[in-house]
Design a protein around this ligand. Structure first.
Ligand SMILES: Nc1ncnc2c1ncn2[C@@H]1O[C@H](COP(=O)(O)OP(=O)(O)OP(=O)(O)O)[C@@H](O)[C@H]1O
Ligand SMILES: [Zn+2]
Length: 582
């Protein structure tokens, strides 16, 4: 054994007679330690620690200087557009590679987008055996653009293609290419294609391609050199490789309208696959995929959940299952039950409850009337979605929420529906005016939405007689190129005034209708506000009762403030809100 002495402490690496390896650190060698070692028959040597060599000495004194020079050289190289090769690996692509052995994603994991799956199936055949596919006369796309809203499973679909074909999957996000230094992005593109070619057949997946693929020359002018170079490099690479190599470039975007047309030319991303939000059947299938991963109760009905989640993306549904499982865990449940899903759905749709927020009674009452106003108008206007839930529990940034749910998936709006929506939005403020004799800031979002609907009706959809079927569009500050070109119509002073007055008229009319409904139904308004103050959340059952003039039944999971389950009759409540002794 060797004891090395010196500096700050002594490391003892010892092997005892029975072959055990030990590591001991002693601050200094004293007689006690040496005595112990001797007594236990450990043989050892003491050797002074070696003097630092000349080289080490030089490094210590010159190191900081060398480091500075290094950093300087590094930055210079980046600014000159270099960055590739040599000792500096700055240009190395940030692409993550998922090799075939670790990719277990298959088409079975992607639910509810059958058309998209159908369209990409042949890519799997191609990737499995590029030569054979070509011999059979298949035409291989070089680039496939997946277009669709966020969370619809574009990444998942690309990964599943790689998984099915058992080929490597390189993924990178468009924003990874956009760096501070000119040339880095281009170097990364070069690098990524080089790596991919070595592992062909394979898939390169570029998420958020719009980050690099925006139309050249668009945007805020100047300072776009880096992005343009990156985009050019990508075009060069896509033109450069042989199709029979077996590299397929896939990219995802939800803004195809802002992509540079050069990206969409033949031989580049010339195949577009649309991945849309799932319809009700699609949602059911997606829920089933994700519910396989958690223990769910007997009562779970994916079809009912699917019906209650219009507009949810695949990612939202995955999140729904996850949140429901968390609610089940919180109550120490063995399985996830329908009630957990219901809570999770509310949380996702209306924001998390903020029960701890203490609301002054006055404000609670104001919120109750405000929400009752929305709900009442929604129930009485034609072509509105059924009121699903009304609550005065603060959620997210809202003090209260009135939630309407469409009965079926809807893909377009009509004039009557839009007019009704404007009235519903005004219902809240009107109720405050009528019953609380005040106006609060809580309605500002309602007004914004109402105004923008009215403006769209006039300016985008040509829904008014006065202005006719014409688009009066404002410049939206984006340069839209590619397939959909939005023309900027500059309006004359006079037209602008006319547009304003028509928007004003629509708003005034709908406001008047809502006001009349609320004033004519004061008893129902009082009854609904009272139910909200008492139960905090009411749903369609309670609203049905109120609208037919009956006292509302208590909500299903309602427990009386004393803690016991209610027997089904509403507790009588005295003026101060405490349960009265019957
Ligand atoms: N069709 C689907 N079937 C099953 N699960 C899905 C589906 N779509 C989305 N998901 C779930 O949502 C998650 C996120 O989806 P993914 O990242 O693929 O969406 P994306 O369209 O690429 O979104 P983004 O545009 O935001 O990148 C997936 O990992 C999956 O759990
Ligand atoms: Zn409101």
């Amino acid at each position: 054994m060797v004891l090395q002495e010196g500096g700050s402490g002594t490391d003892i690496l010892a092997e005892t007679s029975d072959g055990k390896k030990l590591r001991i650190t002693a601050t200094y060698l004293d007689r006690g330690l040496i005595g112990d070692l001797r007594a236990n028959g450990v043989k050892f040597d003491v050797k002074p620690r070696e003097e630092p060599s000349f080289l080490v000495n030089m490094l210590v004194s010159w190191g900081p200087m060398l480091l500075l020079i290094g950093v300087w050289v590094y930055f210079m190289r980046q600014m000159q557009g270099g960055g590739k090769g040599g000792a500096f690996s700055f240009g190395k692509s940030k692409a993550r590679m998922l090799d075939e052995a670790n990719n277990s994603t298959t088409f079975a994991d992607v639910a509810g987008c059958d058309e998209a799956k159908e369209e990409v199936k042949e890519l799997v055949d191609f990737l499995k055996d590029p030569q054979k596919f070509q011999k059979l006369g298949g035409r291989i796309p070089r680039g496939v653009l997946l277009v669709g809203p966020p969370g619809t499973g574009k990444t998942l679909l690309a990964k599943a293609i790689a998984g099915e074909a058992k080929v490597p999957f390189f993924s990178i996000s468009g924003s990874d290419f956009v760096e501070m230094f000119v040339g880095v992005g281009a170097a990364r593109v070069r690098d990524m294609f080089e790596q991919a070619k070595k592992s062909a057949p394979c898939i390169i997946f570029v998420d958020e391609i719009d980050a690099v693929g925006r139309h050249r020359g668009a945007g805020l002018g100047g300072g776009n050199d880096e992005r343009e170079q990156t985009l050019n490099q990508m075009l060069v690479e896509m033109d450069g490789f042989e199709t029979n190599l077996g590299v397929i470039v896939m990219a995802a975007t939800n803004r195809p309208d802002i992509l540079d047309p050069a990206l969409l030319r033949p031989g580049r991303f010339d195949r577009q696959v649309y991945v849309t939000l799932p319809d009700v059947r699609g949602r059911e299938q997606i829920l089933n995929v994700h519910m396989r991963k958690v223990p769910v109760g007997q009562d779970i009905r994916a079809d009912i959940l699917a019906r209650g989640t219009p507009g949810f993306s695949g990612a939202d549904l995955a999140n729904l299952v996850n949140e429901a499982a968390l609610f089940a865990a919180r109550r120490s449940g063995r399985v996830v039950e329908m009630a957990d899903f219901e809570k999770a759905k509310d949380k996702i749709m209306m924001g998390p409850e903020r029960k701890s927020m203490i609301m002054p009674e006055e404000e609670r009452k104001n919120t109750a009337y405000h929400e009752a106003g929305h709900a009442l108008v929604a129930r009485l206007m034609p072509k509105t979605d059924p009121v699903h839930k009304v609550t005065v529990i603060p959620r997210g940034r809202a003090l209260g929420v009135t939630m309407q749910l469409p009965e079926t998936d809807r893909y377009s709006l009509d004039k009557e529906r839009m007019l009704s929506t404007i009235s519903v939005l005004f219902g809240g403020r009107i109720a405050e005016e009528v019953f609380m004799n005040q106006m609060t800031t809580g309605a500002s979002n309602d007004f914004e939405r109402a105004t923008s609907i009215a403006r769209d009706m006039v300016m985008r959809y040509g829904m008014t007689d006065e202005l006719g079927p014409m688009v009066y569009s404002e410049n939206e500050g984006e340069v839209f190129l590619g397939r959909s070109v939005t023309k900027t119509t500059s309006m004359s002073e006079e037209t602008m005034r006319k547009v304003d007055s028509v928007i004003r008229r629509i708003i005034d009319e709908q406001y008047g209708i809502a006001r009349r409904l609320i004033e004519e139904n004061q008893d129902k308004m009082h009854s609904m506000a009272k139910a909200l103050l008492e139960y905090e959340t009411i749903d369609s059952d309670q609203i049905d009762d109120i609208m037919s003039g009956k006292p509302p039944r208590p909500p299903k999971d309602w427990t009386t403030p004393s803690g016991g389950k209610s027997d089904g009759t509403p507790p009588a409540v005295s003026a101060d809100g405490a349960p009265a002794a019957a």
